[in-house]
Design a protein. Structure first.
Length: 250
């Protein structure tokens, strides 16, 4: 405990799933955490679960630049600067090449790539020297799975940005790394259950292809986010960590 004592963290997509689990873990390790998400009720519940005096919720959509401005203006108005920035938002539009529409393209790139770009750009004035920036990439980017080409391409772009920004920000000691989760048991994943299939059945189907024989739970992804946020990873930048049960490795 205490790996982030006295630090300030900002986590996007933090109302539930990996984002919430990471925000909770950061707070448990001593950080004050700003959470953001689109749904105020869920965001307020997330802040309450972390505990009074340890977190603040700033409702907003990271694809809306005005909402990002408001998020960082809130941090600044509180007299704080940022030591850990976790740009966690993402989503998986399902469409094969023959079926992709312009709307699909705009959705995938706006939610996964554009949001990461402008989240980090707008945080720059508040980032402390030696801060840690974490981007959520995806194992899908390196696998060529059918039907998720847009998502994979957008997340490959995120992974590329981690390398570029690590180079651009090295003079300030700011480290930029990517966390690449495979399927994790979240409400978002369960919400993608195909018609006629139960969510548990869907998760079991996804787990069948993982060498470890199961999907991750959010706390396992959060443990790696903590590693990247803390001094435990002090000699890592421009890297990508696969938290995937071995599916991209074996």
């Amino acid at each position: 405990m205490g790996q982030l004592d006295g630090k300030v963290a900002v986590v996007t997509g933090a109302s539930e799933g990996i984002g919430f689990a990471s925000a909770l873990r950061f707070a448990q390790e001593g950080a004050y955490v700003y959470l953001t998400g689109r749904r105020k009720i869920e965001l307020d519940e997330a802040v309450a679960r972390i505990g009074a005096g340890r977190a603040s919720g700033v409702p907003g959509d990271v694809t809306d630049l005005a909402d990002l401005d408001r998020l960082f203006a809130t941090v600044e108005a509180d007299g704080r600067r940022i030591d850990v920035l976790y740009a966690n938002v993402g989503g998986t539009p399902m469409a094969a090449l023959a079926d992709v529409t312009e709307d699909d393209y705009e959705y995938a790139t706006r939610l996964n790539l554009r949001s990461a770009l402008f989240t980090v750009q707008k945080a720059l004035p508040l980032l402390n020297d030696n801060a840690s920036v974490i981007l959520t990439s995806s194992t899908t980017a390196g696998r060529g799975a059918a039907g998720v080409g847009l998502y994979a391409a957008a997340k490959a772009g995120v992974r590329s940005l981690a390398r570029t920004w690590a180079n651009e920000l090295k003079e300030r000691g700011i480290r930029v790394n990517a966390l690449a989760p495979h399927v994790t048991d979240t409400s978002l994943v369960r919400g993608n259950t195909p018609p006629g299939m139960a969510p548990d059945e869907f998760v079991a189907m996804l787990a069948a292809g993982v060498p470890m024989g199961r999907v991750a739970v959010p706390a396992e992804q959060a443990a790696v986010a903590l590693f990247l946020a803390s001094d435990q990873s002090s000699f890592m930048t421009g890297s990508e960590l696969h938290v995937d049960g071995g599916i991209n490795q074996i």
